[in-house]
Design a protein around this ligand. Structure first.
Ligand code: DGJ
Length: 737
C-alpha cells in the first residue's frame, strides 16, 4: 500500500517512475513500449490507450485516477459477433476513419480525387514531450495522408485537451467531409445520462438532463456562430451523480462556428462522444501538402458530481484559458448605457449617466450602440465606424476625458462583422457580404454579415478597429454580433472551396481579435452575440468577459446563471442590474436584482436618471460589498446549493481559494401558506473553522449569533428570513481562526 501511494505521488509530481521495466514516463504520461500502451494521469482522472493487433488506436480506460500502467490490459483480439456485428464495432477507437465495417459516428471522413472514400487509420508513431503526447496515424494503405492526434494534459485541473491535424501528404487533392476534434469513449455499459445546455435568445444556457439510450443525441450549431440554442458543453454520468456526488465525465469545445457534439450509444453498450466542427454543409478540400487543424475539445472527469466538474472547469478557465490567466485582474464593476439610452446616445446625456455611475462606485463606463455613422435605430449605420458628429460634434474625446476624470475607465460597443444595407460600406462593397449571387440576402435585424473569411474584409476590419483603438485609447471593447448566418455563399472562392467559409470565418475572427489584443494590450474585450450567442472555450481564450443574455430579468437570470456556471466561470459572466418592470413585466426589488448580479461580474445597466436617493444609497452599498467579495465570487469555488429548477429557493455559495472568505446568496421565489424558508445548508467550508457571519441585507439572518463553526453551518445550516415574492439575502463569512 505504501509503495502504491509513493508511486502515484511520483507520477503526479512529475518524477520519472523507476523500477517499472519498459515503462517510460513523462510527468503525467506513461508509455509501455513493449505493449504499446499509454496511461495519462491527472490529479482527478486517468485515460488509457493502446494499439490493437490490427494497428488501431483504442481507448482502454477513462475515469478516476489510476497509478499502475501494468493493470491496464492491452486491447484484446476481437471476433465478429455476426456478419452484421463486426469486431470493429466492439472496439473503442480513439479516432476512427470512415472505412471498413464501421457504422458509428466517424472522426474523419474524406473523399480522394478518384472517388475512393475508404479510410482505416492505424498507429504509426508517437512523441511525448512534457504533458504533450502526439500520436501519428496513417491509412492502412500508407499513401502519405497523416493524422496527428494531439493530447495535452493539465494535471492540476484533471483536464485533457485533444484535437487533430489532418495533413494531405498524397500527390492529389483530398476533400475532408468531416474532421472531428476527438472521440471520447465512456466505460462500457448503459444507464448513462447526458446533461447539456439548451435555449434560445433571451433564454440561454438552460440545464437539461436526459437518458442516453441506443441512438444519437446531437448537440450542434448550424448558425455560423456558437448559438443561443445549444452550447458546446456536455456532462455525462451513470444516472446517480448529483450536484456534489458521483462520477461526471464532462467536456467542452473551443469553437465559435458551426460545431457538433454527438452523443451516441451503440447497440453494444458503448457510449461515444464525438465533437468538433459540424459536418453539416462541411467540405474542406486539401491540396497536396495542405493541412487542417481541428479545434480543441477539452474533457475531464470529476468524482464530486456536477459541482465538482464545474469547479474544475472554472479554475481551469480562470488560470489557463482566459487571457492573462492567474495574473489577470478581477473584473471591474461596469456601467453600460444600452438599456438606459438605446440608440439615443449623445455627449451630454452620457456624461450625466457617467456622473451618476461614478457616484455608485462604478469602475468602467461603457457606451453601447448608437455612437457612429447614421445609427439612430437598427436600420442604418453598421459598417460605418466613424463618430456621428451630430451626437458627438467634437468626437469622443470629450466624453472619454470626462469619464476618466471621474476615475473610471472607458469602453465602447462595436459590431464589426455586420453591415446595414443603408451604410457607406455596403454601398461601396456590396460583394463583401456573405451571399449567393442572384439569391436573396436575408436580413435579420436589418443587417447582413461581412464575409470575414475574405482576406480583404479581415484587413479592412483590422484597420477600422485598430484606428479606433489608436485614436481613442480604449480600456474595453464590447464586440457584438447580432444575427446568425444565412445563404452562406462565397462566390469569389470558387465552387469547390466555398464551404471553407464556415471554417475560415472563425479562424479569421480569432486572428482579428488576437492581433487587436497584441497591438492594444490594455484593451479588454467582451464577447456578446445578442446575449449569449458566442460563448465557448474558443472565444474565452481571447476575451475577458461575455454577455450571457439580453434577458436581464433577475428571476430569469437565476436559471440562465445556473446553466452558464455548469460550463463557464462566474468571472466572465457579466451580470447587470437593470430597471423594472423587466422582460416578463415582472418587478423585483433592487436588493434582489443586485444580489443576483453580484454572483458574476457585476454591472449596472439601469437608467440612473430615474433612480431616487434611496436607490443610490442601496446601490453604493452593494457595489462596495461586491468589491469586498468579488475575488471570492470570480475566482473562488462555487457550490450550487439549491437549484432554481427545484422548489421555491435558489442558493449559491462561493468559497475563496484560500478558504478565508465565503459568500452565500439566497433567493426566495414565491412564499406560500406562510411557510418559513428552509434552512440553507452550506458547502465547501472547513468543519473545524469558525467564521464571522455578516448579513449583507439587514434583518435576514434569523438568530442573534455573529459566529459559527463550519460544522454547524454545513450540518445545520442557517435560517434566513425570506418572505413573500422575490426576497433575497446574502451572508459574508470571514474565517476567524
Ligand atoms: C445586443 C446586445 O446583447 C445588447 O447588450 C446591446 O449591445 C445591443 N445588441 C445593441 O444593439
Amino acid at each position: 500500500m505504501k509503495t502504491a501511494v509513493l508511486a502515484m505521488a511520483a507520477v503526479l509530481s512529475g518524477v520519472v517512475l523507476q523500477g517499472q521495466p519498459g515503462v517510460a514516463a513523462s510527468s503525467a504520461i506513461q508509455f509501455d513500449a513493449a505493449r504499446k500502451l499509454w496511461l495519462l494521469t491527472t490529479g482527478a482522472s486517468s485515460y488509457a490507450m493502446g494499439v490493437g493487433a490490427d494497428g488501431t488506436l483504442q481507448n482502454l480506460y477513462w475515469g478516476p485516477a489510476l497509478w499502475r500502467l501494468a493493470d491496464v490490459p492491452a486491447p484484446g483480439p476481437r471476433r465478429d459477433v455476426s456478419s452484421f456485428d463486426p469486431r470493429q464495432m466492439m472496439q473503442r477507437e480513439e479516432y476512427p476513419g470512415w472505412g471498413g465495417p464501421r457504422y458509428y459516428e466517424a472522426a474523419l471522413r474524406l473523399s480522394r480525387a478518384d472517388g475512393n472514400r475508404d479510410l482505416v487509420l492505424k498507429y504509426v508513431s508517437h512523441k511525448i514531450s512534457g504533458n504533450d503526447l502526439d500520436i501519428d496515424m496513417s491509412d492502412i494503405r500508407d499513401d502519405g495522408l497523416r493524422v496527428t492526434l494531439h493530447y495535452r494534459l493539465y494535471p492540476e485541473y484533471g483536464i485533457v485537451r485533444r484535437h487533430s491535424t489532418v495533413r494531405n501528404g498524397t500527390a492529389a487533392s483530398v476533400t475532408l467531409e468531416s474532421a472531428q476534434s476527438a472521440v471520447y469513449n465512456l466505460p462500457l455499459g448503459d444507464g448513462y445520462f447526458l446533461t447539456h445546455l439548451t435555449g434560445r435568445w433571451a433564454m440561454e444556457t438552460q440545464v437539461r438532463r436526459e437518458p442516453i439510450q441506443e441512438g444519437r443525441i446531437v448537440l450542434e450549431s448550424r448558425k455560423g456562430h456558437t448559438s443561443h440554442n445549444s452550447n458546446p458543453w456536455f456532462a455525462v454520468d451513470r444516472g446517480s451523480a448529483e450536484e456534489e456526488s458521483g462520477g461526471v465525465w464532462f467536456g467542452a469545445l473551443a469553437w465559435s462556428g458551426n460545431w457538433r457534439i454527438t452523443v451516441e450509444q451503440t447497440p453494444y453498450r458503448q457510449v461515444r462522444i464525438t465533437g468538433g466542427m459540424n459536418d453539416f454543409d462541411f467540405s474542406y478540400p486539401l491540396k497536396a501538402g495542405e493541412s487542417l487543424d481541428t479545434p480543441a475539445f477539452f474533457a475531464g472527469y470529476s468524482g464530486n458530481g456536477h459541482g465538482g466538474a464545474s469547479r474544475l472547469m472554472h479554475r481551469f478557465e480562470n488560470e489557463r484559458i482566459l487571457p492573462g490567466g492567474v495574473k489577470a485582474p478581477v473584473r471591474p464593476v461596469l456601467y453600460n448605457s444600452w438599456e438606459a439610452t438605446t440608440f439615443k446616445v449623445e455627449e451630454a446625456g452620457q456624461k450625466a449617466l457617467a456622473d451618476k455611475a461614478a457616484k455608485l462606485g462604478v469602475e468602467l463606463f461603457v457606451m453601447d450602440d448608437g455612437w457612429f455613422g447614421k445609427r439612430n435605430n437598427d436600420k442604418a449605420g453598421l459598417g460605418d465606424w466613424f463618430v456621428n458628429k451630430e451626437k458627438f460634434p467634437n468626437g469622443l474625446g470629450g466624453l472619454i476625458g470626462h469619464v476618466r476624470g471621474l476615475g473610471m475607465k472607458f469602453g465602447l460597443w462595436v459590431e464589426p462583422e455586420m453591415v446595414n444595407a443603408d451604410s457607406d460600406l455596403y454601398r461601396a462593397h456590396p460583394d463583401w457580404v456573405i451571399h449567393f449571387p442572384d439569391r436573396p440576402r436575408s436580413e435579420l435585424r436589418q443587417q447582413m454579415i461581412l464575409n470575414l473569411a475574405r482576406e480583404d474584409v479581415k484587413e479592412h476590419l483590422f484597420g477600422v478597429l485598430d484606428k479606433l483603438a489608436t485614436e481613442y485609447p480604449l480600456d474595453y471593447l464590447k464586440w457584438d454580433m447580432n444575427r446568425s448566418f444565412s445563404e452562406p455563399g462565397w462566390p469569389d472562392a470558387g465552387a469547390g472551396e466555398q464551404r471553407k467559409l464556415w471554417v475560415k470565418y472563425v479562424t479569421n475572427y480569432y486572428e482579428l481579435v488576437d492581433r487587436l489584443r497584441a497591438k492594444h494590450p490594455g484593451m479588454a474585450i467582451e464577447s456578446c452575440s445578442g446575449g449569449g450567442g458566442r460563448i465557448d472555450l474558443g472565444v474565452l481564450q481571447r476575451v475577458d468577459e461575455v454577455w450571457p443574455s439580453d434577458n436581464t430579468d433577475a428571476f430569469d437570470r437565476l436559471k440562465i446563471q445556473e446553466g452558464f456556471t455548469q460550463a463557464y466561470s462566474p468571472k466572465v459572466m457579466s451580470a447587470w442590474v437593470t430597471d423594472v418592470p423587466n422582460m416578463n413585466g415582472r418587478s423585483t426589488p433592487l436588493a434582489y436584482r443586485f444580489l443576483v448580479a453580484m454572483q458574476g461580474a457585476l454591472g449596472i445597466g439601469a437608467n440612473l436618471n430615474q433612480w431616487v436617493d434611496a436607490d443610490f444609497a442601496l446601490g453604493s452599498k452593494m457595489v462596495a460589498v461586491y468589491k469586498r467579495i468579488r475575488a471570492t465570487v470570480q475566482t473562488g469555488n462555487l457550490y450550487r446549493i439549491s437549484s432554481p429548477r427545484v422548489g421555491d429557493m435558489t442558493a449559491n455559495a462561493y468559497v475563496s481559494q484560500d478558504g478565508k472568505q465565503a459568500v452565500l446568496f439566497a433567493f426566495r421565489h414565491a412564499q406560500q401558506f406562510n411557510t418559513p424558508a428552509d434552512p440553507v445548508v452550506f458547502r465547501g467550508l472547513d468543519e473545524k473553522a469558525v467564521y464571522r457571519v455578516e448579513p449583507v441585507v439587514d434583518g435576514k439572518l434569523m438568530g442573534q449569533w455573529k459566529e459559527a463553526s463550519g460544522a454547524w453551518l454545513m450540518h445545520n445550516g442557517v435560517t434566513l428570513n425570506l418572505r413573500g415574492d422575490y426576497d433575497a439575502a446574502a451572508l459574508i463569512l470571514e474565517r476567524v481562526n
